[in-house]
Design a protein around this ligand. Structure first.
Ligand code: SAH
Length: 213
């Protein structure tokens, strides 16, 4: 599969749409303008790749809407070399955005099919996450903690305690919290036991699942 001028043109329109909806961070917009989203989707959906919409991928999961990816990434305020934990690798599109921003990415996925597919696919595009892990996002990655930022890309019914404990002081957790509809939530660790919470708009994600069925 290729990245053509046509795809590049469609991508610039997508950048304009996402910017119009309120995304201001130039680095995030540049990343969206660069990443060939059509290559992250099943071929049946190629025509939809540059619409600002979520779409089905393997294992009954979805590739998040570009605006949502941009919104969450903007909230993380990533600096180059920041150590970032991503929960929900999925298609790897969000992982690629994090890599474009120069983050050192640790990405966890609970669906084996997606873990296998995406950990092979992303390096082919030149996106090298530090580590792909087949595991459970509720637990996080204790042995690699602490992180400058943690991003959860599935809807969490509650904020997993383990993730709070894996943030550096000053670290930021961006997590959609709720059952059928989620409130985008930013939690900043101000001190060991002091967490500041900010809430943003409502979003809809597939659920962060607690078992492997
Ligand atoms: N960022 C991805 C989003 C995929 S949807 C993308 O844009 O492609 C959410 C992902 O979270 C799915 O791949 C799903 O399998 C994964 N997921 C769900 N519950 C999880 C859990 N407990 N731990 C890790 N990943 C989980």
């Amino acid at each position: 599969m290729k990245d053509t001028f046509k795809h590049q043109g469609m991508r610039q329109k997508l950048v304009a749409i996402v910017k119009d909806k309120g995304i201001k961070d130039d680095k995030v917009l540049t990343a969206i303008g660069k990443i060939p989203r059509h290559l992250f989707m099943d071929s049946g959906f190629l025509d939809h790749a540059y619409q600002d919409k979520a779409f089905p991928i393997a294992a009954d999961q979805t590739i998040s809407q570009p605006y949502t990816v941009a919104f969450q990434t903007e909230l993380l305020k990533i600096k180059r070399s920041d150590k970032i934990l991503e929960i929900g690798t999925g298609s790897g599109y969000q992982t690629a955005v994090l890599c474009e921003l120069g983050a050192e990415v640790y990405s966890v996925e609970r669906q084996h099919e997606l873990y296998k597919k995406t950990s092979k696919f992303l390096p082919k595009l030149g996106y090298r996450a530090k580590k792909f892990v087949f595991g459970d996002g509720y637990i996080g990655l204790e042995n690699e903690a602490p992180f400058d930022g943690i991003i959860v890309t599935a809807g969490a019914p509650f904020v997993p305690k383990a993730l709070l404990g894996q943030l550096k002081i000053g670290g930021r957790l961006v997590i959609p919290v709720g059952e059928s509809v989620q409130t985008m939530t930013l939690i900043i660790r101000k001190a060991a036991t002091d967490f500041e919470q900010h809430e943003f708009g409502e979003f809809r994600f597939v659920p962060l699942l607690e078992d492997r069925n």
